[in-house]
Design a protein around this ligand. Structure first.
Ligand code: PMP
Length: 428
């Protein structure tokens, strides 16, 4: 049955389709961390709809919020509703106490890319400047502005009219950097402070505090703090893209709260939609408010069901202390992966925070030569045994785990067993 649906898709849906090419299933239903396909096969979902299903597929606690909301109000444009004001309040309440009064929340269109567009626009309006400094390996979306700040040229080839004045600085990549973070910081500092850099003063820097699609890369300690300090010293705004790292994925509400770096603008989406409802927006400092009234509009901003799902998910996370659980289960999982690394020469690096974990595959642990061909075969073997994950990274050689935060130890153990079996097959 899966095959029939995949064939129909191949024939009639635009060939832009991406994920089913790597994980060829037709999904029937899903609960928690488990997906069932139309043939009754079960899969462990460590992909989570690309880092969205933080509280698990079809979470019953959240569904209750959804059901109640959908019979009352679904579409309300940007009119105030109690539902929406409660979510704004909740988002602000989850920020650190000493800064929460300094921020506002605004909602964008339904996708992460919408939030990125809004953030860039706000920074430009506020500063009256045009440029953005983005980072190598960064992913921010597929709309014109968001694509312009996404580094992977695969997505940009032949598209010549992207937003101009974007420059890429190297992201801190502890596994591959030739020295500590100083090289990356020097490069960045040079752009902002050297009058011979050839790059006019930008409006903002835009950075993922942990790179997601770039390979779940946690930058070196102190790197983000240095970026923020240098940007502030030079009157440049700081945008953190927390679309993937946010909503407790890394064991804190937002990843910046695990650091001492405090951004001016934060983009959010993905997990904020509770159980997969579309939502996105900005959390930004009051003092940079620069929108004229109705200067940034859109029909599908903050759908009321998405908002209710978001509130439900936050309520669920608080009630069951999912934040602490994420840290524990993340540690449990990563320790098992470290153990695999000891026995398996191709694993160059295991890294991550909370339930955002990357495993980098290399031909040789000494040369660190990327081994994407192996990852493709390995992913297929895991898929056959019922484990789903995404592959990403600067060299397409990183296994990216972003499981639901509520994943049990039993499911982690089952996933590890599949990984071990696949390793045995692939190294025969
Ligand atoms: N920013 C980051 C960090 C992301 O991971 C993504 C999606 N992978 C986006 C932006 C774009 O979000 P969307 O696909 O919803 O447009």
């Amino acid at each position: 049955r899966s095959k029939v649906l995949l064939d129909i898709q191949q024939e009639y849906e635009g060939s832009i389709v991406s994920y089913p090419r790597k994980m060829p299933i037709a999904i029937k239903k899903a609960k928690g961390s488990i997906i069932e396909d139309v043939d009754g096969n079960l899969f462990i979902d460590f992909f989570s709809g690309c880092g969205v299903l933080n509280v698990g597929h079809c979470n019953d606690f959240v569904l209750e919020y959804v059901r109640n909301q959908q019979s009352e109000l679904i579409h309300a444009l940007d009119f105030p509703t109690e539902n929406k004001m409660l979510l704004i309040q909740k988002i602000l309440d989850h920020l650190p106490k000493d800064i929460r009064r300094d921020y506002k929340v605004s909602f964008g269109g339904p996708t992460g890319s919408d939030a990125v567009e809004a953030a860039i626009k706000l920074a430009k309006i506020k500063t009256g400047r045009d440029g953005i400094i983005a980072f190598t390996g960064g992913y921010h979306g597929m709309t014109s502005g968001a694509l312009a700040v996404t580094s992977d040229t695969y997505f940009r080839n032949n598209i010549t009219s992207l937003m101009p004045n974007v420059h890429f600085a190297p992201f801190s990549y502890p596994y591959r950097s030739v020295s500590d973070k100083d090289n990356e910081i020097d490069y960045f500092k040079n752009i902002l402070t050297n009058s011979h850099s050839g790059i006019p003063k930008p409006a903002a820097i835009l950075v993922e505090p942990i790179q997601g699609e770039g390979g779940n890369i946690v930058p070196e300690d102190g790197y983000l703090e240095e970026l923020v300090r240098i940007a502030r010293d030079n009157d440049v705004l700081v945008i953190f893209d927390e679309i993937q790292s946010g909503f407790f994925r890394t064991g804190s509400f937002l990843e910046f709260m695990n650091t001492k770096a405090v951004p001016d603008i934060i983009t959010f989406s993905k997990g904020f939609g509770g159980i997969g409802f579309p939502i996105s927006g900005l959390i930004y400092r009051r003092e940079i408010e620069a929108w004229g009234p109705a200067a940034h509009i859109g029909t599908f901003r903050a759908n009321q069901v998405s908002i209710a799902a978001s509130r439900g998910a936050l309520e669920f996370i608080e009630k069951y202390n999912v934040q602490e659980y994420t840290k524990k289960i993340g540690e449990y999982f990563i320790k098992k992966l470290y153990r695999l690394q000891e026995d398996f020469d191709f694993i160059g690096d295991v890294r991550g925070r909370g339930m955002m974990i990357g495993v980098e595959i290399v031909k040789d642990v000494l040369t660190k030569e990327p081994f994407p061909e192996f990852v493709t075969i390995f992913r297929d073997e895991c898929f056959k045994r019922g484990l789903l994950f995404e592959v990403g990274g600067h060299y397409n050689n990183v296994i990216r785990f972003v499981p639901p935060l509520i994943t049990t130890t039993k499911i982690v153990d089952a996933a590890i067993e599949i990984l071990e079996e696949a390793i045995t097959i692939c190294t025969k």
